[in-house]
Design a protein around this ligand. Structure first.
Ligand code: M6R
Length: 614
């Protein structure tokens, strides 16, 4: 959570560079922001509560200087409410050190007590403020910045990405990390620190991905990376190949809408990374899952959070039904604390867009420690999960900026389709002809997404015609999981209370909630289950609910129309793919509901893009 940027150069433009970088990072947290700049009279720090625009207005008002170097931060509060004083950067007691921090220092209370006993006073409620205090104490003793940072780090438990400035070293910036992403960008006579790549992409494509316990020292000419003992560490330069435009809005009013419209392209990319028309099986040889490995497994877990968890639910359903392999899906926050059975005969598949979600990363580490092999289905190249998993299946969704995950989910499902086919072929549960047919259907999938996107105006009109008090998403089989994702999206960006239920469960309690003003969205795509779901929808309609159905063009439309007040159709498709296709209208419904209510679509309240704390 939170965003960090640091800049050092030979031209006096640090404030502009930092504010520009922060604008690219605001999606990581936006309850306050701050900046620290070296000026001839020392370090100047300014910070304000609220979105970045508040900081920009404040800096303009006070005529904040430019400077040659500085650090900036956009915050998502963990310790201490959003406020000016809790915003970063934070000073040491003697104003010799300034720090910005992402992550959580778990033993901060104990360290704070220790520092207070030694005479320090604290201004904020944050865990972060202890960091400059400790560094400054060691710096006074050692006069060596790296040693001071290293000694401070060794006192701290938890996670951190740090940008650090020493008041008596105006020509240098320092960075360090553990369990929280941080990169260092290489420029011409200028260098950068950032919590993620889009913040520097307009200026450089060459970055170092810092590893845990790396300390980086930047000046205008060079970047040195050392370990906790101060020994040089070699890191390869990572060259970013994405397009700068792909990290910006590209003419759409919101990142979310842009990302929804990117889905034909990114699903095609994800499929094409492992499947070509002339292949008899998807290319999966780098995943370490041969027939022998699969036969030797006693259990498969899929572990994820939020939208990625919903993709995992679909994956489990398909792997069990098509490849006949039992698979358990769990939310990472539960999995990591319940002592699950994990050993060498276990495969753990972790699914994560960011590759940085704290609970998912912890589940990965726990699984590896217990002897399991871990396969990561990850979108962000170079992320912690991609580096620590034994094997990685990259989804090629490109940078997802909107907090609400859309294109990453579709690419995760594309990965699930390929994985299902791989497992089923290895286990002899799919014939070559069946794979051939599936391959044709997969290759046709992006065009079908494109057809659904043409219905955007129709979906917007439906949103304009409804004003529900609460919403239920119901379906059976895959349709139930599709509804879970639709419901999450509506809650997250339209702040509308909604629930997803297996249609057959309604009678066991939730039907008591149905009354006029309730909107029930029936996802009705599984041919063999249509009649049953329609019966359940009739029951809610009889109790005053308004019914909206999402179904396929080749379904029994007369039957569905007998219950639906409104209907959205998606193209006919292989039954396996409906969770992807039926979700596109769900994304647009949530998007237009949020727009209609005037909410901040890309930055919904209380949320951040990457949940790097528990
Ligand atoms: O980066 P991850 O895929 O690990 O993130 C998991 C969830 O935090 C994420 O999917 C979240 O639920 C989204 N905001 C949903 O739109």
């Amino acid at each position: 959570m939170c965003g960090i940027i640091g800049y050092i150069g030979v031209e006096e433009k640090a404030t502009n560079m930092i504010m520009e970088g922060l604008s690219k990072l605001e999606y990581r947290g936006y309850d306050s922001a701050g900046i620290a700049i070296f000026t001839p009279s020392g370090i100047c720090v300014e910070k304000t509560k609220g979105k970045l625009v508040n900081l920009a207005d404040h800096l303009a008002q006070i005529g904040f200087p430019q400077g040659y170097a500085g650090i900036g931060h956009t915050r998502w509060a963990t310790h201490g409410e959003p406020s000016d004083v809790n915003a970063h950067p934070h000073w040491s007691q003697d104003h010799s050190v300034v720090v910005v921090h992402n992550g959580i220092i778990e033993n901060y209370a104990q360290l704070r007590e220790e520092l207070i006993a030694a005479g320090d006073t604290f201004l904020s409620d944050t865990d972060t403020e202890i960091i400059p205090h400790i560094i400054a104490r060691y710096y006074r003793e050692d006069k060596d910045p790296v040693q001071a940072i290293s000694r401070a780090i060794q006192r701290m438990r938890g996670s951190y990405a740090l940008g650090i400035m020493f008041a008596d070293r105006p020509g240098e910036l320092y960075a360090a990390r553990k369990d929280s992403p941080l990169i260092v960008g290489l420029g011409q006579n200028e260098n950068y620190i950032a919590s993620d790549i889009p913040a520097v992409l307009a200026h450089t494509r060459d970055v170092y991905l810092l590893e845990d316990y790396d300390i980086a020292i930047l000046n205008t000419e060079e970047i040195r990376i050392v370990d906790l003992e101060g020994n040089p560490v070699h890191r390869e330069i990572f060259h970013v190949t994405w397009d700068v435009a792909s990290a910006e809005k590209g003419g759409f009013p919101h990142f979310m809408l842009k990302e929804i419209h990117e889905q034909p392209h990114v699903v095609r990319e994800t499929l094409a990374s492992r499947l070509q028309e002339n292949m008899d099986a998807p290319k999966m040889d780098d995943l370490g899952i041969s027939k022998e490995v699969l036969d030797g497994l006693e259990r498969i877990y899929m572990v994820a959070c939020g939208t990625a968890y919903h993709a995992a639910m679909v994956g489990k359903y398909l792997i069990e039904r098509v490849a006949r392999l039992s698979t358990i899906v769990e939310t990472a926050s539960e999995f990591r604390y319940r002592d699950p059975i994990i050993d060498e005969k276990t495969l753990v598949i972790v699914v994560s867009q960011s590759g940085e979600t704290a609970d998912t990363l912890a589940a990965l580490r726990m699984s590896k420690q217990a002897g399991a092999k871990v396969l990561g289905i990850v979108n962000v190249v170079g992320s912690s999960i991609s580096r620590e998993a034994d094997y990685v299946f990259y989804t090629w969704a490109g940078p997802e900026i909107a907090v609400a995950s859309t294109k990453a989910y579709s690419c995760q499902l594309a990965a699930m389709y390929l994985l299902t086919a791989h497992f089923a072929l290895l286990r002899g549960k799919m014939t070559p002809q069946e794979f051939h047919d599936l391959k044709g259907d997969l290759i046709g999938l992006p065009a079908k997404i494109g057809e659904i996107l043409k219905k955007e105006e129709e979906i917007k009109a439906i949103v304009d015609s409804v004003d529900p008090l609460n919403v239920f998403y119901v379906g059976r089989g895959l349709d139930y999981y599709t509804g879970m994702e639709g419901s999450l999206k509506l809650k997250e960006i339209a702040y509308l209370h909604s629930e997803a239920y297996a249609a057959g469960e309604l009678k066991h309690g939730p039907i008591a909630m149905i009354e006029p003003g309730t909107l029930v969205i029936g996802i009705v795509t599984q041919k063999s289950l249509i009649e049953k779901t329609v019966s359940n929808l009739k029951e809610v309609k009889a109790r005053g609910a308004q019914v909206l159905c999402i179904t396929t063009e080749d379904a029994d439309l007369a039957l569905i129309q007998s219950v639906a007040d409104q209907m959205i159709t998606i193209p006919d498709c292989n039954w396996m793919f409906t969770s992807l296709l039926a979700n596109i209208p769900q994304q647009l419904l949530a998007y237009y509901m949020s727009v209609k209510k005037g909410y901040d679509v890309d930055k919904p309240r209380n949320l951040a893009k990457s949940v790097t704390v528990e």
